[in-house]
Every structure is written in structure tokens, then in C-alpha cells.
Design a protein around this ligand. Structure first.
Ligand SMILES: [Zn+2]
Ligand SMILES: [Zn+2]
Length: 270
């Protein structure tokens, strides 16, 4: 199957799984177990709080997913090679027929050179690079949070059932959907949680996934500087899926592991 078509189908499947899970958690769990005749939206105060928190995390994950899909990942512009770069260090991309800065990589699926290309992600049907890595990380963060919240809500409803058995009518279909969404939450949490941990480690090392295969790194920075290079300069906007407005330095060099350790004043044994 064509890679782009497979990417479109996988990104639609991701959205479908999120929306189906949202329906099941809202209908089979929150509105079933926390109703109130007098509360807002027909929910008790605790039910309303859980419902709003869950909707917020799902909405932010869907917005992050869309922004990740439709943001230009960071196409490298066709600049002339800066004169102060030694000629032996200048690389060209034969496919794009242009200068390839040290931290630029060519995506074989998109057939485009992107700066700080991390990987091509079929789940968002786009490359992940300098301009949309923030959205990718936020997507993983909010999906992990929503999955964890789903498991907590299931745990709370089991507790409610054991404590107040008989007060809520047992419904086989709702029970079946709850088990289904529980499995989905566990799989999402394992998959996205591990991916999130990996992405954060790469950000803190100022390294992309492509560079990690080559054992190469960007300039070592402090934790805050590393995070702001991906999430943006305003730390209070880090958790919001808004543009990170990054000043891209196309001249940033790449270093080997040994060079990086030397810069950090450490050796490989450390
Ligand atoms: Zn290229
Ligand atoms: Zn790509």
C-alpha cells in the first residue's frame, strides 16, 4: 500500500480510537456512575469535575494531533551555503538539490529535507521535525494523561460498585464497553507513555531520533534551554498547542558522542 495512503488511514484510525474512547468513558462510565438530578449537565460535582478534566485532555490531544498533522515540519529553505563553512563540511541533498545543514535530514516518505527531522510518523501522517515536535510531544502527553484518567475512572466505578452494589443497574453492554476501553487505555498508556519518555530524553540530549541512530548530538544545553528549543521560549505556553515560535539556527553543528562528552567535561566511562 502507498505509504501516504497508509499514513492517512492510520491517522484517521488514531482519531477514531480517541473519539470512541471518549464516548464510552462519558456515556458508560461518567454519566452512568455519577448522575445527579440537580447538578450541572445532570452530573454530581465529582462527576462534573471528572467529565470536564477528561474532555479537556481529549480536546488538547486532538488539537495537538491536528496541528502535528497540518504544520509544516520545518522544510529547509534553499539558502546559499554560508561562506564561513569549510567546503569539506558542506553537504548537499541530491534529491532536493540544495545545501543540507548539519542537523537537516531528508525524509524518504515526504521526499523533502526537514531541519531537525526526528522521524516520519504514520500516526499523524507527517514528519516530526523542528516546527511540529512540540505538538507531537503534547499529543503523547495528553493521550497518556487521558489513558491514565480512564483507568482511574474505571477503578473508581469498580469501587462504587463494590461499596454500593445494587444502587446502579448492572448493564452488560456498558460493562463490555468498559472492558474494551480499559484495554485500549492500557495499550495507549504503554505505547504513548514510553514514546513520551523517549522523546523527552532526546529533547534533553538535544538530539533527534535520526541523530540517535548515528550517535550524533546538537550543542549541549541546560534543561530549560533544551526544552525551550522545542517547546518555545515562553514556558507558560509549553503545555498549550500553540506555535512555539522557534528561532531556527541552520548552522548548529552536530557532535559525536566523544565530542559531546568532552564538551561536558566527562568521559565515556562516566
Ligand atoms: Zn532532501
Ligand atoms: Zn516524512
Amino acid at each position: 500500500m502507498n505509504k501516504r495512503l497508509a499514513g492517512r488511514l492510520m491517522s484517521l484510525l488514531t482519531l477514531a480510537l480517541i473519539l470512541v474512547a471518549d464516548l464510552i468513558v462519558s456515556y458508560s462510565l461518567i454519566f452512568t456512575w455519577y448522575p445527579s438530578k440537580f447538578g450541572s449537565l445532570g452530573l454530581s460535582p465529582l462527576g462534573l469535575f471528572i467529565f470536564l478534566l477528561y474532555q479537556l485532555s481529549v480536546s488538547l490531544s486532538v488539537i495537538s494531533h491536528f496541528k502535528c498533522m497540518f504544520t509544516d515540519p520545518g522544510k529547509t529553505p534553499k539558502y546559499p551555503v554560508p561562506g564561513d563553512i569549510p567546503l569539506e563540511n558542506v553537504k548537499y541533498c541530491a534529491d532536493c538539490e540544495q545545501w543540507k545543514p548539519p542537523r537537516t535530514h531528508h525524509c524518504r516518505t515526504c521526499k523533502i529535507c526537514y531541519h531537525k527531522m526526528d522521524h516520519h510518523c504514520p500516526w499523524v501522517n507527517n514528519c516530526i521535525a523542528v516546527n511540529n515536535q512540540k505538538y507531537f510531544i503534547l499529543f503523547l502527553f495528553y493521550i497518556s494523561f487521558a489513558s491514565l484518567l480512564t483507568l482511574i475512572i474505571i477503578g473508581m466505578t469498580i469501587y462504587e460498585y463494590l461499596c454500593y452494589e445494587g444502587s446502579v443497574r448492572f448493564d452488560v453492554m456498558k460493562c463490555f464497553f468498559t472492558v474494551l476501553v480499559g484495554f485500549e487505555a492500557i495499550i495507549f498508556l504503554i505505547f504513548t507513555g514510553d514514546f513520551l519518555r523517549e522523546q523527552l530524553q532526546l529533547v534533553l540530549d538535544n538530539q533527534t531520533t535520526v541523530e540517535s541512530y548515528q550517535d550524533r548530538y546538537g550543542i549541549p544545553h541546560s534543561v530549560i534551554k533544551c526544552l525551550s528549543e522545542v517547546l518555545g521560549k515562553n514556558s507558560w505556553m509549553w503545555l498549550l498547542p500553540v506555535s512555539p515560535s522557534i528561532d531556527i539556527n541552520y548552522l548548529e553543528p552536530c557532535y559525536s558522542y566523544e565530542e559531546r562528552m568532552e564538551m561536558l567535561g566527562k568521559s565515556r566511562k562516566d
